[in-house]
Design a protein around this ligand. Structure first.
Ligand code: NDP
Length: 260
């Protein structure tokens, strides 16, 4: 099936690793033109070297919590492509800590990253998206937004706020013909989990270590997802063929949810 993404101009935050990189790769092979950012531009350039061989790509150093930095990145992308058709708000990480171990500053930083990390990008891109004939925003969020975990209380609260905000954005931006949907992740094998595996000091393989966590969390499929398995739902939500879907939250967690 033709997803009608050829020539579409898509901006992705946090594209140097994991889900952002896998999504950029899939979109490049669909013929999309890409604006990609991360804080470490050298790592970003190295990660997207193969994408740059098949697609028209703009890269930038950008911290999504810094509004001026986001405005500059979005402005550069709009100038280069002459507009934008899609945005993927993906940049981020989780704060794995109990409430007692978390400082006030860390709590504020977490809300800053989750809320402004998406809002700064959507606000900067709104005008350009409004000029597109098929504009879409995808917000990468987590099932944690509906189902908190003890070690992730602050991240879960910030994600719940982001999920709620995404619904408001879908309602507000519908006036400009812009669809806004969320993808809610379970546990996905990316840089975040590879770093946790290394710092755990375990001597078992990543597969065995992650299977134990998957069992503990009650993931029906018994394993972590892969970045490619997330790239597909994100890509299809960007497709103009998904024209009647907005304000939705798509769960991709291998059956981890414990509610109906
Ligand atoms: P990775 O660590 O593999 O990649 C994160 C990307 O985001 C990197 O490119 C990183 O580059 C960039 N990034 C981080 N902070 C910022 C920032 N402030 N401004 C700009 N770029 C930033 O993570 P994942 O692919 O796993 O995560 C993607 C998204 O999915 C994140 O929002 C994450 O919280 C969420 N998620 C992931 C889950 C999982 O199990 N993997 C579960 C639930 C949600 P750099 O460091 O150079 O800035």
């Amino acid at each position: 099936m033709d997803l009608q993404l050829a020539g579409r101009r898509i901006l992705i935050t946090g594209a140097s690793s994991g889900i952002g990189l896998a999504t950029a790769t899939m979109l490049a092979h669909e013929g999309a033109r890409l604006a990609l950012c991360a804080r470490d531009e050298e790592r970003l350039r190295a990660a997207i070297a193969e994408i740059a061989e098949v697609a028209d790509v703009v890269t930038a150093t950008c911290d999504v919590t810094d509004r001026a930095s986001v405005d500059t990145f979005v402005g550069t992308a709009v100038d280069h492509f002459g507009g934008l058709d899609g945005v993927v708000c993906n940049a981020g990480r989780s704060l794995m800590r109990t409430l007692d171990e978390t400082t006030d500053e860390e709590i504020r930083d977490e809300f800053d990253l989750k809320i402004f990390g998406a809002l700064n990008v959507v606000r900067a891109a709104r005008k350009a998206l409004a000029d597109s004939d098929a504009a879409a925003v995808v917000i990468v969020n987590a099932i944690l937004s509906r189902q908190p975990e003890r070690q992730l209380a602050v991240t879960a609260a910030a994600r719940a706020g982001l999920l709620n905000l995404s619904r408001s954005l879908a309602a507000d931006l519908a006036d400009d013909g812009i669809r806004v949907n969320s993808v809610l992740l379970g546990l996905i094998d990316t840089g975040q989990w590879q770093r946790r595996y290394v710092s755990s000091g375990t001597d078992v393989t990543f597969g065995a270590w992650s299977a134990e966590i998957a069992a503990d969390r009650g993931i029906a499929l018994g394993r972590f997802g892969t970045a490619d398995e997330l790239a597909f739902p994100v890509t299809t939500l960007l497709s103009p063929r998904n024209s009647y879907m907005t304000g939705a939250a798509l769960e991709v967690g291998g059956g981890v949810h414990r509610y109906v």
